[in-house]
Design a protein around this ligand. Structure first.
Ligand SMILES: [Zn+2]
Length: 430
C-alpha cells in the first residue's frame, strides 16, 4: 500500500540550511543556503542531452540551461562507473582514490578482486565532510554496489543512503531512513530498467520536498544508454522522465548540477556485430601463454548489458621487462589506440600504479577489448553492443542550473573535470 504523499515545499526552510564551508581532499566548498542536488547520469554522452532537448523531450532542462551553464568536462579513466563515481564523491582522480576499475588483480594475493567495499578507497568522501559541516546529506544510487563502496560514514553523521536495488532493505540504523518506499510514494522498480534511474531522482526530489535532505548525490545506472542510442524513442522517453524529476528538484529550490561518469558509444562492425579484440588471445598467439594474463576491469555483477566488454583492459606480466615488446605489438593492431606501461599509465591516466596492470590497453571509439572469446557471452548482446571504458567515452556534459561566476568561467574554459561537479555546484554560481 502506497499512500500518495502530499507535496509540501517548505519555502522557509532555507534558514536552516548550513552554509558552513568545508574542505575535503584539499579542496574547499562553500555551499549557499539552498539545497544542492548533484546528479550523475550514468553513461550520458552529450548526444543524449542534445537529442532529447532538440526533440522537445527535456523542456525543464532546456530552460534550466538557458539560465545556467552547459559545457563539457573530462572524466577519469578508465571511463567506468565505480572509477568516476569514486572521483565525483571525493573530488579527486583515481590516483588519489585508488579506485581504478570495478575489478583489479590484488598484487598481495594475486587474486582478481571486486572493489566493492570502502576499504579499497584511499580517501574520504566530500559527502561526509558536508555532513560534518551540518548539511543533511543523502546519497541515492540505482545500484547497491555504489552504496556499499561510497556510502560509508553518511548514516553515522545523520544522513541517508540507499539504492533502488535494495530500497526495501532501508532501515533507520543502517540507511538513515525507514520506509523509503513510502517517502518516495512508489514501490521498488526492476533494477534492469530505466525506471531504476528515474526512481533515484524521485527519491531525491521527495527527500528535498519533505525537508529530509539538502545536499544530495543522485547516481543513476546506464542500463538504458547501453541498450539505446540517443535518437531511439525508448531513450527519448527515458530522458523525458529524468526531465520531469529535474523539474521537481528545481521547483523544490535546488541548485541542480548534473554530469556523467562516462559517455557511451556503439562498438560494432558495419554488419552490426560487436567489434571485439581479444587481447589475451592475441598476446598468447604471438608471445605464448606463459606469464601473460589479461583482466577486464569493467567486470561486475551487472554485466548483462555489455558482456563485460569495454574499451580498456589491463595486461599483467610475470616478467614486466617484456612490456615494451608487447606494447609495440599492441599499438600496431587496428582498433588499439593506446598501450601504456605501468608508470606511464599512472602518469598520463592519473591511476594508482599498484592498482593497475603492467600494460593498460585502450581501444578506439568503435572497438572493445576483451580477454578470450570464452570469457565473454556475446549472446546477451542482441542488437549490437554499446559500451565505454576508453578515451572516447571520457568527455561528458556538465550542466548547472546557475550561471557561472568569473572564477568558474575560467575553470570551465581550462580543463574542468566531471569530479569538479560538487565544486561547480557549491562555489560556481554567480
Ligand atoms: Zn556501463
Amino acid at each position: 500500500m502506497f499512500l500518495s504523499v502530499s507535496i509540501q515545499i517548505n519555502h522557509t526552510s532555507n534558514m536552516s540550511i548550513s552554509t558552513t564551508p568545508f574542505t575535503a581532499n584539499n579542496r574547499s566548498y562553500s555551499p549557499p543556503a539552498q539545497p544542492i542536488a548533484v546528479i550523475c547520469i550514468d553513461g550520458c554522452a552529450d548526444e543524449y542531452i542534445s537529442e532529447s532537448i532538440a526533440q522537445g523531450y527535456m523542456p525543464r532542462l532546456e530552460a534550466m540551461l538557458k539560465k545556467g551553464y552547459r559545457g563539457m568536462v573530462r572524466g577519469a579513466l578508465p571511463s567506468f562507473t565505480n572509477v568516476n563515481n569514486s572521483a565525483i564523491v571525493t573530488g579527486a582522480p583515481p590516483a588519489v582514490t585508488g579506485i581504478c576499475g570495478n575489478f583489479f588483480l590484488n598484487p598481495e594475493t594475486n587474486e582478481e578482486v571486486m572493489m566493492n567495499s570502502p576499504e579499497f578507497r584511499r580517501c574520504d568522501t566530500l559527502l561526509n565532510a558536508a555532513a560534518d559541516a551540518g548539511r543533511k546529506v543523502a546519497f541515492i544510487t540505482a545500484k547497491e554496489k555504489l552504496r556499499t563502496v561510497l556510502g560509508d560514514g553518511i548514516v553515522e553523521r545523520g544522513g541517508i543512503v540507499f539504492s533502488t536495488e535494495k530500497v526495501t532493505e532501508a532501515e533507520k540504523e543502517t540507511h538513515g531512513v525507514d520506509n523509503a518506499e513510502d517517502i518516495i510514494g512508489k514501490p521498488q522498480p526492476e533494477i534492469y530498467s530505466g525506471d531504476a534511474s528515474v526512481y533515484v531522482l524521485e527519491a531525491g526530489a521527495a527527500l528535498v520536498e519533505q525537508g529530509k535532505a539538502d545536499f544530495l548525490y543522485l547516481s543513476l545506472t546506464d542500463y538504458m544508454q547501453h541498450k539505446f542510442g540517443p535518437w531511439d524513442q525508448e531513450s527519448l522517453e527515458f530522458y523525458k522522465q529524468l526531465d520531469d524529476q529535474i523539474g521537481r528538484l528545481l521547483d523544490a529550490g535546488c541548485i541542480v548540477a548534473a554530469t556523467a561518469d562516462h559517455g557511451m558509444n556503439a562498438k560494432n562492425t558495419d554488419a552490426g556485430e560487436p567489434q571485439v579484440i581479444y587481447v589475451q588471445t592475441l598476446l598468447h598467439e604471438k608471445f605464448g601463454a606463459e606469464g601473460i594474463h589479461v583482466i577486464c576491469p569493467i567486470t561486475d555483477p551487472y554485466v548483462v548489458h555489455h558482456g563485460a566488454l569495454g574499451s580498456l583492459v589491463m595486461v599483467h606480466l610475470e616478467d614486466p621487462s617484456r612490456a615494451p615488446e608487447l606494447i609495440d605489438f599492441l599499438m600496431r593492431q587496428e582498433g588499439i589506440t593506446e598501450a601504456h606501461d605501468r608508470e606511464m599509465a599512472a602518469l598520463k591516466l592519473e591511476l594508482a600504479p599498484d592498482r593497475i596492470g603492467d600494460i593498460t590497453v585502450l581501444s578506439g571509439r568503435d572497438y572493445v577489448v576483451g580477454k578470450t572469446a570464452a570469457d565473454h557471452d556475446l549472446s546477451v548482446l542482441k542488437g549490437g553492443l554499446r559500451s565505454h571504458g576508453g578515451r572516447y567515452e571520457e568527455m561528458v556534459p556538465l550542466l548547472l542550473s546557475e550561471p557561472l561566476n568569473n572564477e568558474y568561467k575560467l575553470i570551465a574554459n581550462a580543463d574542468p573535470r566531471n569530479f569538479d561537479v560538487f565544486a561547480f555546484a557549491c562555489n560556481g554560481a554567480s
